[in-house]
Design a protein around this ligand. Sequence first.
Ligand code: AMP
Length: 472
Amino acid sequence: MNDGASENLFDILATGFPIDRASPAFLLPDGAAVSYGALEIAASKVATCLVSEGVAPGDRVALQAEKSWQGIAVYLGTLKAGAVFLPLNAAYTEAEIAYFLGDAEPALFIRDPDGFVADCADLAPLAPSVPRGADDLAAIIYTSGTTGRSKGAMLSHGNLASNARALVDIWGYSSDDVLLHALPIFHVHGLFISLHCTMLKGCPMIWLAKYDDAEVLAGLARATVMMGVPTFYTRLLAQPGFTKAVADGIRLFVCGSAPLLPSTFDEFEVRTGQRILERYGMSEAAVITSNPLKGERLAGSVGYPLPGVELRIGDGQETGVIEIKGPSVFSGYWRMPEKTAQEFTADGFFKTGDVGRRDPDGRVWISGRAKDLIISGGYNVYPKEVELVLDELPGVVESAVVGAPHADFGEAVVAVVIAKDRTEAELIAACREELAPYKTPKRVVFVDDLPRNAMGKVQKNLLRDRVAGLFV
Ligand code: AMP
């Protein structure tokens, strides 16, 4: 789109801010609120500061901090100044940070956004925004890649704006919505997906520093939309206080960033009468598919591609790597032209690395990451297929299936399981009734918890390390 309107994402978001700028953007747990006007002015003063510090269009501004609304002012101010925002996980160690700073070479690294915003208070707000085109970089998101060097996905103003507009549309966002925001803001889910939809409609956000049972329960009474990762939903369901009455005011529960277990989906529906809307996305493309707002939401399916997204299964296979093309798909990995070239097909599709299949009507099902595929005795084993069988067994709470090096088979299937009162032999025998021998776990390892990253993804690399010595 270019009808003469600014393509700077800051300006696009600001077109959605409420006319009455005194309306709240952030509702804080202590009862205070930060208005859209205050946010806009704070961001515009940050932009002035960046420009006067010599931060040029395209320069990176890195932020590592605990979640605060001032972090969002820094993000928006960075966009307004034409610079590129680089959010870093608050939990990264100094050694990890050193890698990102060395790779991205930011002009500025901010660790105290609250102080930074306060220090800008006496400056004049920047106006107008530094002009940016749709293809200019808005942000670099380092992927939570679990193997190899972390890669910086380069997202443009146009990538992010197109995704936000599509989501507002398909999720039926209106200015009457109130979002419960408990996600971190160093990741696409909390930073772009949740925030942009809400700002495009000028709605308030109940702004929680993190997921907290009591605060989320209290927030639900005032919200209309909640966006979360699967662990938010399992934790909610573990709360006796999470009742149908509490959920009744919410018109939309969205889940993404990691697979939602069908058992969670079902239990949620039994408890609340509502079906969680699961969607699928990644740092490289924001949201790619979504279950429908009005049509059927199915457990275990991530729904249909967003408008404008072309999605196909690689090599024309029935089940294979999902490839995508569309307005939200990133342009490449920061300073990794060769890696970028490997990850795109000759006709411009991005190879997501997720394995999945499509129904004839286009509905998408994901069966896991390609790199998690186990090859045992020459046969392909998709961990998800084994996990689904295990998860249905009485006493099994959750499972994660990985491969372990094996002298005969190359790799052998190992199940890491959270279960009550079950033995290894019983679970193996039960799997054997439903799965071919090569898919049946050779060993079952019991654990109290599965290791997860900040977005609730099971860290299979850690499990692989843990079981690597079982057969060799
Ligand atoms: P990230 O870039 O950290 O957001 O991770 C993206 C990855 O998370 C995707 O490539 C998928 O493997 C996974 N993912 C996100 N949403 C879903 C979902 N709804 N179901 C299954 N996997 C998902």
